[in-house]
Design a protein around this ligand. Structure first.
Ligand code: NAP
Length: 450
């Protein structure tokens, strides 16, 4: 695709939008901005740039297990829920790859994860004129005029080069999730988190064939890792360790699934804290610590088959907690305690995989000196307006938007793909509504208390 020419020369450039991070959320925003620019070229076009730390686009590469499928419909791609006629849909991608009719014959809403990742890379490639890879944002400073913050100076560090400062009127922070390990347990060559799973598996090719793996957790990642290791290492024992009695199915039934709809965001946003907590508790099992039913049944089928044949390699160590992990002689030793009897045991294995989930990265960390502008509420959580703008403690004409780390304000779909397309459109609308270049220039966000 031909790039849209930015409307300002680089030397005098004040970006309208600077995105920090370029995963699916900011990729969806880049597409929304690009489509806006193509429909209104010239002065109405927005000057946008996205800064991404990775050297190329990638989304949970370490869990692109060959037979794993998406858990959301392909219709919840980067654009369709915002604009079903967009040229950046998963259907447009299939057409471009020459697989549209084959996909239709497959009769599924849930493509392989590797295929959806290829769609995301395809989309990111078409937005390459808006993104700079290999740059890390190390500071953000507010720029004031008459006490009003009207822009931010963003310092970006690139390996082997002097840091550069980019000025922007709107920042959109979308820095994803960070892995969660149990307190006191450090990752190593034998102690992995599921995020890096396939990279570590590749490293095993150089060593002796493993005899045993231990997988901690009972969520989708844990079940997929367990299934993969059991299939790919036919000599190895795979011990699945978790505190539940058995894997629990993800609730993807249609009424419950509506918790991920755009309307649910409105309802959740306006609900009082007690109702918010209640909704999260009721519907936790749509997303957290749960497994796709088909995969549960497949693991059970294998386990039963092994009972019949008498060679049990897939061991389910339920009702157990991990007390600690330590390195032994060429192995790793995991100490377990039964939650039922208190009995302790030690398991020796070649590797332990913690599939213990993720947490959103706090946006304040990346905002440097601008963090003092951000209003915070209960538990130090950032206050976020319905349009995903972080509330500020002083008057400002500039804005910081947040994608992802908004479960406390916008609900359980925040970290997922479900609302990515619609949210990108809402953020773009908000930027256009509040842009002094496009309005009479008098619009100022009042400073507000949490
Ligand atoms: P998760 O659903 O948060 O599950 C984490 C698991 O780790 C839970 O079983 C939890 O047990 C356990 N755990 C947490 N802390 C622990 C500790 N200190 N000691 C022992 N166990 C601990 O994480 P996930 O499975 O990585 O899934 C995260 C998200 O990624 C979900 O949205 C999931 O759907 C998605 N995902 C999607 C795919 C796919 O599309 N194919 C694949 C993988 C993941 P408790 O419940 O007892 O806390």
């Amino acid at each position: 695709m031909a790039p849209v020419i930015p409307r300002k020369a680089p030397a005098e450039c004040v970006h309208d939008v600077l995105g920090i991070g370029f995963g699916p959320s900011n990729l969806a925003l880049a597409i929304a901005i690009d489509e806006h620019n193509r429909s209104r070229p010239g002065d109405a076009a927005l000057d946008a740039v996205f800064i991404e730390k990775q050297s190329r686009f990638g989304w949970h590469r370490g869990m692109l297990i060959d037979d794993a499928t998406m858990q959301v419909s392909f219709l919840k791609d980067l654009v369709t829920m915002r604009d079903p006629t967009s040229a950046h849909s998963f259907v447009a991608y299939l057409h471009d790859r020459g697989r549209l009719v084959d996909f239709m014959n497959h009769k599924t809403l849930f493509p392989l994860r590797i295929e959806f990742h290829d769609y995301l890379e395809w989309s990111a490639g078409r937005m390459s004129h808006l993104v700079e890879y290999g740059g890390e944002v190390v500071d953000v400073q507010p720029v004031r005029e008459d006490e009003v913050v009207w822009a931010f100076d963003v310092t970006v560090r690139e390996p082997g080069r002097e840091p550069i400062v980019r000025r922007a009127r709107n920042l959109v922070v979308a820095i994803g999730l960070e892995l969660r390990m149990p307190p006191g347990i450090e990752r190593s060559a034998r102690i992995w988190h599921s995020r890096d799973f396939l990279r570590h598996v590749e490293e095993l090719a150089d060593g002796p064939r493993p005899g045993r793996f231990v997988v901690i957790g009972a969520g989708q990642s844990a079940a997929e890792v367990t299934g993969y290791l059991h299939r790919e290492f036919p000599e190895a024992e795979v011990c699945a360790v978790f505190s539940r009695y058995g894997y629990s199915p993800a609730d993807d039934s249609p009424f419950a699934n509506r918790i991920f709809d755009p309307e649910a965001v409105d309802l959740y946003y306006d609900a009082p804290p007690a109702a918010k907590r209640m909704l999260l508790d009721y519907h936790r099992n749509t997303n957290y610590s749960v497994v796709d039913t088909e995969l549960i049944e497949e693991l059970y089928r294998r386990s039963y088959q092994e009972k019949v044949t008498g060679r049990e390699r897939l061991r389910i160590l339920h009702t157990c907690k991990v007390l600690g992990v330590r390195h032994g002689d060429g192995a790793v030793l995991t100490t377990l305690e039964s939650l039922a009897t208190g009995e302790r045991s030690e398991l020796e294995s070649d590797a332990v995989i913690f599939a213990t989930g993720y947490r959103p990265v706090c946006p304040l960390g990346v905002l440097g000196q601008a963090r003092s502008l951000c209003a915070t509420g209960d538990g130090g959580m950032v206050c976020i307006r319905r349009d995903y703008r972080i509330a500020t403690t002083c008057a400002t004409r500039a804005a910081i938007y947040l994608q992802g780390a908004t479960e406390h304000t916008h609900g359980i779909g925040s970290t997922l793909l479900s609302n990515t397309a619609v949210r990108a459109g809402e953020i773009l609308d908000s930027v256009l509504r509040h842009d002094p270049q496009r309005s009479d220039g008098s619009l100022v966000y009042a400073g507000e208390q949490a």
